[in-house]
Ligand binder design. Structure first.
Ligand code: SAM
Length: 259
């Protein structure tokens, strides 16, 4: 049998990460380059390294999860969110909407969301959920120290209001941090929260197979409130969204159809 098949099984039982849902060609290429770089000769050999060496294990998880993010990533979509999507959601909800940033990485996405919500609500009334499979990324999110570059698309008023400059970095203020609850959720394995009014899932589905994406569209449907909105990343449009009971309301935004 292909050694990669064995490797996937071993990783699933050791780490509870199911590589079957990640695009195979891309994942195999990435892992092969990582193991070669570390002087392992094949997948069997590399698996032993992962199992027995914490450093190799952490490096593998880190590499696998691809944590790149930034504040207001693809800014035009955040403007659509502010001007078209949120006002509608807010009209429907009584208080601050239930928001879930579902692959939040190092926190730029949930913190951007809180800053945007602060235009509509008092910060003390905002609480959103942010989750990721990668606990190390969320540990960094909780520290909240960012480079100038990661803030390049953030509106200046937010940059000035919600960060303290520490040498060449920017530290996010506690008033924003306190509005986010971080929690580990594996999108492919764990149950989802319910009654979500705005579900943000950006730049993670590109790594999943069609089967993985389909699974998520269905799980997201269950997770959304009536007429809740799903906000996807730039290359992640749903083809024929009606098949999964969504209506496209703006590019990258889908509303749950409620019968
Ligand atoms: C490229 S980052 C996207 C960050 C942010 N959403 C954005 O668009 O800037 C992808 C994130 O997906 C997370 N991820 C990968 N597989 C996951 C899974 N099965 N469940 C939850 N998160 C996952 C990674 O840990 C990583 O933090």
């Amino acid at each position: 049998m292909d050694k990669y098949e064995d490797f996937k099984k071993q990783i699933n039982s050791l780490l509870n990460i199911d590589l079957n849902y990640y695009k195979e060609k891309q994942m195999k290429r990435r892992i092969t380059s990582l193991l070669t770089r570390n002087n392992y000769k094949d997948f069997d050999d590399y698996y032993l390294g992962i199992k027995n060496n914490k450093k190799i294990l952490n490096e593998f998880i880190n590499y696998l999860t691809i944590n790149v993010s930034e504040f207001y990533r693809n800014p035009s979509q955040w403007h659509v969110l502010e001007n078209y999507i949120l006002p509608d959601i807010i009209k429907k909800c009584k208080g601050s909407p239930k928001v879930w940033s579902s692959a939040c990485s190092t926190g730029e996405e949930p913190y951007s969301t809180v800053m945007l919500l602060s235009k509509f609500f008092d910060l003390k009334n905002i609480k959103i959920l942010a989750t990721d499979i990668d606990e190390e990324a969320m540990r960094k999110a909780k520290i909240g120290l960012y480079s100038e570059k990661s803030l390049q698309n953030l509106p200046l008023e937010f940059k000035n209001k919600f960060f303290d400059r520490i040498e060449s970095s920017y530290k996010i203020k506690d008033t924003i941090k306190n509005c986010v609850d971080f929690k580990k959720i594996d999108l492919l394995k764990n149950p989802f929260p319910r009654d979500i009014d705005l579900l943000i899932c950006r730049n993670v589905m590109i790594y999943f197979t069609d089967k993985g994406k389909e699974l998520l569209y269905k799980k997201f449907f269950e997770s959304l409130s009536n007429e809740g909105v799903l906000f996807l990343g730039s290359t992640e449009q749903i083809i024929l969204p009606e098949r999964y009971n969504y209506r496209s309301i703006k590019t990258f935004f889908y509303k749950k159809i409620f019968y």
